[in-house]
Design a protein around this ligand. Structure first.
Ligand code: PLP
Length: 356
């Protein structure tokens, strides 16, 4: 079977097999890594290796801290303003859909938020060109959502702004090379391209930390987390370990350049078929189509139930669109092989022939 779930998403089979073989007795310690103290030499070694591999994959400069946290990307919607938005300051947000709005709503609880651009008028079918953004002089930061997981909308550029750039990379991190030096802060829930749910990654430039509002919980304070190696309390040890296995797997695959090539190939195969099918449709401006999440509709929406039942029976799993938008969605994260997309397109062709 092939799993097209948007999250928690497919993990590489090789990683699952390795985790299974290591599960009862990690490196002949007589224990599972799940049963180990997070402060033990063994666990700290595995955690440090995971961070080093991530740094090498993304080329993270040495003046950035990498934090392995909990609470999901959603808690970062609060942590970002609580750490970076000083009294009287304004933060700029770009509204490109449901996840950008999630970040905006939380930030508005803590300070001044300026929605510098939105593509709501066109149902979020394009990314607003940066030349149209109404940025605040001296903004505390500019927040954007590089990939809208539900809408299937992806930026085809990294914004060039004066204020620190903050990005919710939950659904596109590690899918292609990234120039981390262009960002003040990157965050991502793990459950798409990193590992299991329960782990949240934050990559933050050192000069931005240490200015948090004094009343915030210590667990949300980037400076305190950085100073304690993300171990103020018990971190999500199993997720951290598994993320480490995913990073090793990515390095073995040839790193993020190899992932970019594969992800482009998968996305092109599916979008090209949708466009020429005359039966399926994707409404997103072609330059902004997501390579990770491909929503599509059928010519006749009354066929959706049959499409889902038959695709599931054919081993093509989790193709239903998000409950808020309906339709179909195929998520093509790193762990989804090219053969999965080939099988999906073959099924879609056959279904269209029988029902068109
Ligand atoms: N941001 C984006 C872009 C997402 O795709 C998601 C979840 O799918 C979230 C935020 C919320 O993440 P979490 O469930 O880790 O809080």
């Amino acid at each position: 079977a092939f799993n097209f779930c948007a999250g928690p998403a497919a993990l590489p089979t090789a990683v699952l097999n390795r985790a299974q073989s290591e599960l009862p007795d990690w490196h002949s310690t007589g224990m599972s890594i799940m049963e180990m103290s997070h402060r033990s030499k063994d666990f700290v070694g595995a955690a440090d290796k995971a961070e080093a591999d991530l740094r090498s994959l993304l080329g993270i400069p040495s003046n950035y801290k990498v934090l392995f946290l909990q609470g999901g990307a959603t808690l970062q919607f609060s942590a970002v303003p609580l750490n970076l938005l000083g009294a009287g300051q304004t933060a700029d947000y770009i509204d490109t859909g449901i996840w950008a709005q999630g970040a905006i709503k939380e930030a508005q609880r803590y300070g001044n938020v300026n929605i510098a651009a939105t593509s709501g008028a066109d149902h979020y079918h394009h990314v607003p060109a940066q030349s149209t953004w109404n940025l605040t002089p001296d903004a505390a930061y500019v927040h954007y959502t590089p990939n809208e997981t539900i809408g299937g909308l992806q930026y085809d550029f990294i914004p060039e702004v004066e204020a620190p750039l903050v990005a919710d990379f939950s659904s596109s991190i590690l899918s292609e090379p990234l120039d981390v030096s262009k960002f003040g802060l990157i965050y991502a829930g793990a459950q798409k391209n990193i590992g299991p749910a329960g782990l949240t990654l934050v990559i933050v430039r050192e000069d931005l930390i240490g200015k948090a509002q004094s009343t915030i919980p210590s667990l949300l304070d980037y400076a305190k987390q950085a100073n304690s190696g993300s171990m103020i309390n018990t971190p999500p040890t199993f997720g951290w370990y598994l993320a480490g296995l995913v990073f090793e797997w990515l390095i073995e695959q040839g790193g993020l350049t190899a992932m970019q090539k594969l992800n482009q190939e998968k996305a092109t195969l599916l979008y090209d078929y949708i466009d020429r099918s005359g039966f399926y449709a994707n409404p997103i401006n072609p330059a902004n189509r997501s390579k990770m999440n491909v929503p599509f509709t059928l010519a006749d929406s009354s066929l959706e139930k049959a499409f889902l039942a038959e695709s599931t029976a054919a081993g093509l799993l989790n193709l239903a669109g998000h409950r808020s938008v309906g339709g179909m969605r195929a998520s093509l994260y790193n762990a989804v092989p090219l053969e999965a997309v080939q099988a999906l397109v073959a099924f879609m062709q056959d279904f269209a022939k029988r029902n068109g």
